[in-house]
Design a protein around this ligand. Sequence first.
Ligand code: RP5
Length: 183
Amino acid sequence: MNASKPQGKPTGPARVCILMGSDSDLPVMRKCMEQLDKLGVAWDAVVASAHRTPDRVQRYVREKDAAGCLVFVAAAGGAAHLAGAVAAQTTRPVLGVPMAVPPFNGLDALFSTVQMPPGMPVGTLAAGEYGATNAGILAAQIVAVGDPDLAERIRDDRDAMRAKVVEKNTKMRQDLGLPSEFV
Ligand code: RP5
């Protein structure tokens, strides 16, 4: 079935809140925002660092939690403690996106984000743009547990993705002079 497509940036109270350790993380985290826009999930974003502005992190998470945010996404690079610091302030699900900054290109941030002590889970995504994109989709999937229309839009999106893969296969097989479909 085709759920109605959202137009532009969704309005209303943010159901997903994105924290970034620095504005230098924004170009990558736009991938997350694009997914949320496409799926019609209202979001908010802030620059707040676990190390440079710990009090801002605490205030933002507590205020947004109280205002009805359902999922937090935290993106940080280097010694990336942001997702853990967010998890310490809320019982909402927290998704962590390690940013790929030099000299270790995200491996440091991946370990810092994924190796949370027992009792304080952070759902850690891939480093960089893959993780940012999937954080948007996964956050929407979590919100969709209580929103059947959103769940349908996510299914429609998957169907469109599958159709594209099949289309690419058909074109590639044509270019290679193979029969139209494999058997
Ligand atoms: C982290 O340090 C940020 O999340 C960013 O990925 C990295 C570098 O920050 P800037 O020096 O660009 O502000 O806290």
